[in-house]
Design a protein around this ligand. Sequence first.
Ligand SMILES: [Zn+2]
Length: 353
Amino acid sequence: MPVLTRLIPSPVVVDISRGALDDLAGLLADQRISSNGRLAFAISGGSGAALRERFAPALPSADWYEVGGGTIDDAIKLADSMKSGRYDAVVGLGGGKIIDCAKFAAARIGLPLVAVATNLSHDGLCSPVATLDNDAGRGSYGVPNPIAVVIDLDVIREAPARFVRSGIGDAISNISAVRDWELAHTVRGEDIDGLAAAMARQAGEAVLRHPGGVGDDAFLQVLAEGLVMTGISMSVAGDSRPASGACHEINHAFDLLYPKRAASHGEQCGLGAAFATFLRGDREMAMLMVEVLKRHGLPVLPHQIGFDEDEFVKVTEYAPETRPGRYTILEHLDLSADQIRDAYREYAEAIGS
Ligand SMILES: [Zn+2]
């Protein structure tokens, strides 16, 4: 009987718990990632200082690097400053931007990355993609998956609730992204990876149907695990397909058309997912998403993040351009601006606003 299985590139350590950061050096030594603690930490210039003060005493052999910002130039600068240090690993300690920069820098200098997330703003903390701003707006760069992911729930709890909420919108959007993938499979024969789809969908469903909120550990645990599983689902699929469909095209369009006014990733993806699900004709799921997003204080209508109807129509019309080749409900319906407006009005009416 043939035994045909596959190996999944995935971190050797996933520690999502209260106090997970208290013994980071010990954890990395145990797992043979760094036996002597020679680690290059990437932190933000702002809240990073407090984290450094708190964790540096236990990590005497580590060096600390401030990340300038979230651009590709910042990531290259970070790599250049770290490259002569003879480290065992790079540790990205911070929010999404810091981890994205650290991921790119680690890949560039050939070191493994340890991702230590201090908030749960998106599913990039354990994905094979680094999202960085560049001259063209924003780009996604392929990088190896982190070798370890550490999420200290005590640290997450201190993050601004806004950032944690953003992760909720990103996780829930998986459900819409997987539906888009299925649509592309049915209509265009695109290959669908059942394991990647299952992982991403389960992560989204777990967050969608969890009765808790950002204030309780049980919910934060499920959200953090969901975001990590989503990242790994992208490694399984080989691209962002399981977690990025029309929801993310709408998000990218907000970012590219209105770079100064764009809201957070998860706010835009959650709204995009609810609208895309409505466009797909799945009213029941769209209404459930709206209800849950509202409960967590996330936007379900564009004016809640400062955009009017005309702007949202423009965003939705432009959205397919942001990911050429990705087939979603938007490419499938190929709506004109007027049709988008009608659909949007129907959506707004259906959700009672
Ligand atoms: Zn996302």
